[in-house]
Design a protein around this ligand. Structure first.
Ligand code: SAJ
Length: 435
């Protein structure tokens, strides 16, 4: 049995490597020749703990091989990006072009009995669309006679749900929702996942599986929005939100998430739009949560401006030009190097263009600043702690949690993650009085 994984990114590559580690022959396919060459050398082109060893072993033992052109296999797992795009008047329309090109590329090598699984997070109806694209593009079929029960291949949606940073463990331990186009398809997909999944594999329809994935990430987005909204309310009322959440969470049925500078990454800030774009009139809470989370960076930028004003009123001899603001963290969440869709990066960029002050950036997980921050200084934490007048904590990286209170004295702090403000009452910049 040969399994092909289409798309060797953050989901596809770990999945290919885990299946290969079960001594199954895996062919990985990617449009990037550079990624393919890297993998075939037994190396990896993304950052994910434990993945390097897994890929190295799989390639060395001959179970994993990468290529840019699909080859025949018995099962195909499609793990390609599903971003959103702009379309006349609408800003967030799901972009299925990668699924479309993946379908066109595998159609010529499909044979009766093959299994095609869509793992990419997708809007409701995408799996049905993929099945149609496959049938249409197959040279050996007279479209559209063979869809659903009549199809000679089996098609299912099994959304990935692994947490970046814990992918290798979660791929094996998490339960899987398996949405077949028909019960026969679900059965075949379950059998495949049971090769490496220790969690339960639960069958449903493709549409329900699509919506389940979108629901999981929207649930998190709505709950983070609740925490972010609380942080803004508490700031106005001069209450420490971190203490407040700790206290409220002592209730047996309350479990509030943590506020932050906004929601980043390519999942939680994207997937709710797939629901909103299908049901704009009904998805009111989900849309508001998106707006609350997307509005948080601007609120943080305001807080930093207020801190600058406060600093200058305490030091009348200084000017905004000769004070130093240090931004701690650029990644979209702690202890990773991923800057994509990061609110910390967006805030730092805005501060760079709007404040006349000197800007220092601390991000222990990268070596070079992104081009959008050219001209700013990437410094170590020690330098920032000595030179900064205002410290803006944007990511709760391990290195920042170790900073002691004594290293912060005399500085103004804007702590968006509660690393310091969570420990001590009123360490955050005091809010102006309610107007
Ligand atoms: N965040 C907060 N407060 C919190 C939790 C998170 O502000 O209490 C922020 C993070 O800082 C980050 C963003 O939310 O900017 C998203 O981070 P995350 O750790 O919640 O999630 P992701 O995007 O890394 O991964 C999510 C996961 N989904 C859920 O937990 C429901 C993961 O299981 C999915 O597989 C992944 O999306 C995906 O690929 O869809």
């Amino acid at each position: 049995e040969t399994i092909s994984v289409i798309g060797l990114g953050y989901i596809g590559l770990p999945t290919a490597a885990v299946i290969a580690s079960r001594r199954k022959r895996v062919i990985g396919v990617d449009i990037s020749l550079q990624a393919v060459n890297t993998i075939n050398r037994g190396e990896i082109h993304i950052v994910e703990p434990e993945l390097d060893m897994l890929v190295h072993a799989a390639v060395k033992e001959g179970y994993l091989r990468a290529t840019t052109v699909p080859e025949p296999a018995d099962a195909f797992l499609v793990a390609v990006p599903t971003p959103f795009k702009r379309e006349e008047g609408k800003e967030h329309v799901p972009d299925l072009s990668y699924i479309h090109s993946a379908s066109l590329s595998i159609a010529p090598v499909l044979k009766p009995g093959d299994l095609v699984i869509l793992e990419s997070t997708s809007p409701v109806g995408a799996t049905e669309q993929m099945e149609a694209w496959l049938a249409e593009a197959r040279p050996d079929l007279s479209f559209p006679s063979q869809l659903g029960e009549a199809s000679d291949i089996r098609v299912a949606h099994c959304p990935e749900r692994v947490l970046p940073g814990h992918v290798v463990r979660e791929l094996v331990e998490n339960d899987r929702v398996i949405g077949g186009m028909t019960p026969r398809c679900s059965e075949a997909a379950c059998e495949l996942y049971q090769l490496f999944v220790q969690g339960d594999c639960i069958s449903t329809t493709a549409r329900t599986a699509e919506m389940a994935k979108l629901t999981e990430n929207s649930f998190r987005d709505v709950n983070i929005a609740f925490a972010n909204e609380l942080s803004i309310i508490c700031d106005r009322l001069d209450i420490n939100v971190w203490e407040l959440i700790r206290l409220a969470n002592r209730h047996p049925r309350v479990n509030i998430l943590q506020p932050g500078p906004g929601v980043g990454g390519h999942c939680i800030a994207v997937d709710p739009w797939f629901i909103i774009s299908e049901a704009p009139e009904q998805a009111r809470l989900i849309r508001t949560a998106r707006d609350v989370n997307d509005g948080k960076p601007e609120w943080v930028i305001d807080k930093v401006s207020q801190a600058v004003g406060q600093f200058l009123s305490q030091h009348p001899e200084r000017t905004a030009r000769d004070i130093t603001v240090a931004c701690l963290g650029l990644a979209f969440k702690p202890d990773i190097d991923d800057l994509r869709e990061s609110p910390a990066l967006a805030i730092t960029q805005a501060l760079k263009s709007r404040l006349p002050s000197r800007l220092m950036v601390v991000e222990p997980n990268i070596d070079v600043l992104p081009t959008s921050l050219e001209g700013s200084k990437l410094v170590g934490i020690d330098v920032a702690l000595v030179e900064a007048d205002i410290i803006v904590l944007l990511v709760d990286h391990k290195a920042f949690k170790k900073i002691g209170q004594e290293q912060l004295t005399g500085r103004l702090l804007v702590d968006t993650r509660g690393v310091w403000a969570g420990q001590v009452q009123r360490l955050a910049v005091p809010s102006p009085l309610p107007t």
